[in-house]
Design a protein around this ligand. Structure first.
Ligand SMILES: [Zn+2]
Length: 200
């Protein structure tokens, strides 16, 4: 196999969730097997890069700098925020139908090992929302079940919520240790949200 094929395969391997074999399969599909689908894909990708932007309020997926459909929906202002690691977690929670309020996307979790500090996450914007006009009385930390998420929850509790009059709960875990919320099935997410417990 040639140099350009190898380069494409290596670029694909860097995408989340793709291992060596899937990267090779996709590279073959996009070049040898179906080049017209690849051109269509390129067009769609460049259009998405032009218009997809983070929602200015929740940092989830939106378009052209506007509020996302959830933040724009006033019926979802229920005085509580569901805090998630990634925008893809919103999609997973929405599929479970268990949450009818708004969200806040952190964009990851704290990790000294991977050199991800508080300034790399959407924490300042979370703090702003807690003191803003949304009248937030509760935040639900719907993070994954591992040490980095634990540290992130602790940081939010002690540094962001601190002495604000905001209740703080964390989702209960039917999720296996180390697993990501976005990969859990709707029933598991629903019971994890219902079993949320107060952090003290
Ligand atoms: Zn939004």
């Amino acid at each position: 196999m040639g140099e350009h094929f190898e380069k494409l395969k290596n670029a694909l391997k860097k995408l989340p969730g793709l291992g060596h074999r899937s990267a090779e399969r996709i590279a073959l599909h996009l070049t040898v097997e179906n080049p017209s689908a690849a051109r269509e894909f390129l067009r769609t990708l460049s259009e998405a890069l032009e218009s997809v932007t983070p929602c200015p309020l929740c940092k989830g997926v939106s378009e052209n700098g506007e509020l996302c459909s959830i933040c724009a929906d006033s019926s979802r202002a229920n005085g509580a925020l569901c805090v998630v690691e990634r925008a893809s977690d919103i999609a997973a929670i929405e599929r479970s139908g268990a949450w009818r309020g708004r969200y806040h996307v952190l964009g990851g979790k704290l990790s000294p090992l991977r050199k991800i500090g508080p300034e790399a996450l959407n924490l300042a914007s979370l703090e702003e929302r807690l003191s803003g006009d949304e009248n937030i009385g509760e935040i639900i930390l719907a993070l994954s079940n591992d040490i980095e998420a634990e540290a992130t929850c602790h940081y939010i509790q002690t540094k962001i919520v601190a002495d604000k009059p905001v209740g703080i709960t964390r989702i209960g875990f039917g999720l296996p240790s180390g697993s990501q919320l976005g990969f859990a099935d709707p029933t598991t997410i629903k019971s994890a949200l219902e079993a949320r417990r107060k952090l003290s």
